[in-house]
Ligand binder design. Structure first.
Ligand code: M6R
Length: 608
């Protein structure tokens, strides 16, 4: 959570900092601020609210003018969103921006208060700023000061630091929060993520834990906590700027929904050889896949929902037991895992704190770890034994859509490969499945033809206070994702329920005021789900049914029907999720919500 940036170069930097921050607003957007060197003075402007509020404030008041500075967009952890809690924090001598959580800040704050420091914010970050000041008064030199502070602070951090005695220099360090150093011509950057620097450069260093970077306009040096210089490999970003912009769509979410066919192609094509799944390039061999006792899939939110589809598909095709769990639960429940198990971590950002903690736990317990990650070089990707990158490109909307879709693609490839490795399907069957997976992008394009039906369905839901999503089997897994998407961006409460479980209690909630979205795409379970739909209809519920276009639905079953192009049942989730995403999207638009930046959320959840 939170985005940090820094710039040192020859240009006036306030606008550059704000522009770079605008690419990081997905990380948090409840307050924003910058600190810029005006000569050897650090001038700070910050405010509660969006970046647009900061820009407005600077337009009306003072816009700092100078060629180096740091900036921040916040997702509040300690202290409510307010002017005083906004970053940068510091004083006339030192200013910092921080992403992460300082876990021992209460103890450090007490120590500093004892030394005579006064605090004005409720943030953990202010403690770091004051601790830097305390040690700078002793050490009189930035790197030694930073090293002393690193020895004291516990938790996660990516820090951008400026010292008034060193104008034109930014110092930066990280632990368990991402940070890159962008390498330009006569200008250099720091940023929490690649999209922030793409407009200016594609070359960057990935800063590792406790490496300290010193950045000037024409030089970047990196040292460890003992002061020894470290040589880094330059990384090159291949994401294009266009894909980090809205490209004519009203919202990033809609654009990203429409990017799904391309994202699948880019993710799947390199993993197919001679018509068969080919994960060997990631180091995953058939022999290896055959050897596992059990597979655990652990993730958070939408990524966990992709894992649920994975469970159904792997168990169905490969007949291997799969346990799916939420990372924040799994990590604290003393799980039974060992060297015979494969633990799969799914994460778009590759930085989610709970998922990362499970990865470390699984490694400590001797399991093999495989991560499915979208962001290259992210912590989870780097720390896993094996990584399969999804190639969704940057996902900006907080509500995840295309990342989920490519996570599903990898789940399928893994299931096919496992099924083949275990002798549960023949080469011919495997090739047929792969070929149908390759055909999914064109089926999704076809599904966009029902966008107006989804818009209509949304119009029937927009005034509801609460909704139910129901389904069975794979459709239940999809219902969970549909429900999460709707509540996340439209603020309408919804719950997803296994259709057959309704009558064990939850059906008492059903009245004419509670619409039901019923997902029924699995032939084997269709009649059963229809019976459950009739049960809610009989209690007055208005029903939106999402089903195949080969099915005839009468008005005694559903009030609104969204009909989908047909693929084989096991692959239907890749089609079914599209209308669920669109229904959530249009409901949010009709309600006038902030689709891409829903309240209280952030894209990258780097705190537990
Ligand atoms: O970056 P990750 O995939 O690890 O993030 C996990 C969840 O925070 C994420 O999927 C979240 O649930 C989405 N915003 C939902 O749309």
């Amino acid at each position: 959570m939170c985005g940090i940036v820094g710039y040192v170069g020859g240009k006036d930097c306030a606008d550059i900092l704000v522009d770079a921050l605008s690419k990081l607003e997905y990380r948090g957007y409840d307050s924003a601020g910058i600190a810029v060197f005006e000569g050897d003075r650090i001038v700070t402007e910050k405010t509660k609210g969006r970046l647009a509020d900061l820009t407005e404030k600077m337009k009306k008041g003072h816009k700092p003018s100078g060629t180096s500075g740091i900036g921040h967009t916040r997702w509040a952890t300690h202290g409510e969103p307010s002017d005083v809690n906004s970053h940068p924090h510091g004083n006339a001598k030192i200013s910092i921006v921080h992403n992460g959580i300082i876990e021992n800040y209460i103890r450090l704050k007490a120590f500093l208060i004892d030394k005579g420091y006064e605090f004005e914010s409720q943030t953990d970050t202010e403690t770091v700023a004051k601790l830097l000041d305390y040690y700078y008064n002793i050490e009189k030199e930035p790197i030694k000061t930073i090293t002393r502070v690193l020895a004291e602070i516990e938790g996660s951090y990516a820090l951008g630091i400026v010292f008034a005695d060193y104008p034109g220099k930014i110092y930066s360090v990280r632990k368990d929060s991402p940070l890159i150093v962008g390498l330009g011509e006569g200008e250099n950057f720091i940023a929490s993520d690649v999209p922030a620097i793409l407009k200016y450069t594609r070359d960057y260093y990935l800063l590792e834990c406790d490496e300290i970077a010193t950045i000037t306009s024409d030089n970047v040096t990196i040292c460890d906590i003992h002061g020894s210089e470290i040589k880094k490999e330059v990384q090159h970003a291949t994401w294009d700027i266009e894909s980090a912009e809205k490209g004519g769509y009203a919202h990033f979410m809609l654009k990203e929904i429409h990017e799904q066919p391309t994202a699948i192609k880019t993710t799947v094509s390199p993993r197919i050889m001679d018509g068969m799944p080919f994960l060997e390039e990631c180091g995953i061999t058939l022999d290896m896949l055959k050897s596992y006792r059990k597979i655990y899939i652990v993730a958070c939110g939408t990524a966990m929902h992709a894992g649920l589809v994975g469970k159904y598909v792997i168990e169905e095709l490969a007949r291997i037991e799969v346990v799916v769990d939420i990372a924040s639960e799994f990590r604290y429940r003393n799980p039974i895992i060992g060297s015979e198990d494969l633990v799969v971590l799914i994460s778009q950002s590759g930085e989610t704190a709970d998922t990362k903690a499970v990865l470390r736990l699984a490694k400590d317990m001797g399991a093999t770890t495989l991560s499915i990650v979208n962001v290259k070089g992210s912590s989870i990707a780097r720390e896993s034994d094996f990584v399969v990158y999804t190639h969704a490109g940057p996902e900006i909307s907080v509500a995840s859509t295309k990342a989920y879709m490519v996570q599903l693609s990898i789940m399928y490839l893994l299931a096919f490969e496992l099924a083949y490795a275990n002798g549960k399907i023949t080469e011919e069957e495997c090739k047929a499945l792969v070929s149908e997976l390759e055909n999914i992008p064109s089926k999704i394009e076809e599904t966009f033809g029902i966008e107006s039906d989804c818009q209509y369905a949304a119009s029937t839901l927009v005034n509801a206070e609460s909704l139910l999503y129901i389904g069975r089997g794979l459709d239940y897994a999809l219902s969970m994702e549909g429900s999460l998407k709707l509540k996340e961006i439209s603020y309408i409460h919804s719950e997803s329920y296994a259709a057959g479980e309704l009558k064990h209690g939850t059906i008492s909630l059903v009245t004419e005021d509670m619409p039901v979205i019923a997902v029924a795409t699995q032939d084997r379970l269709f009649d059963k789900t229809v019976s459950n739909i009739k049960e809610v209809k009989a209690r007055g519920a208005k029903v939106v049914m999402v089903t195949k276009n080969t099915v005839d639905v009468t008005s005694d079953v559903a009030d609104v029907v969204v009909k989908l192009p047909v693929v084989r049942d096991v692959l239907m989730p890749m089609i079914t999720v599209v209308p669920l995403q669109l229904i959530a999207y249009y409901t949010s638009v009709l309600k006038g919500c902030d689709v891409d930046k829903p309240r209280n959320l952030a894209k990258s959840v780097t705190v537990e």
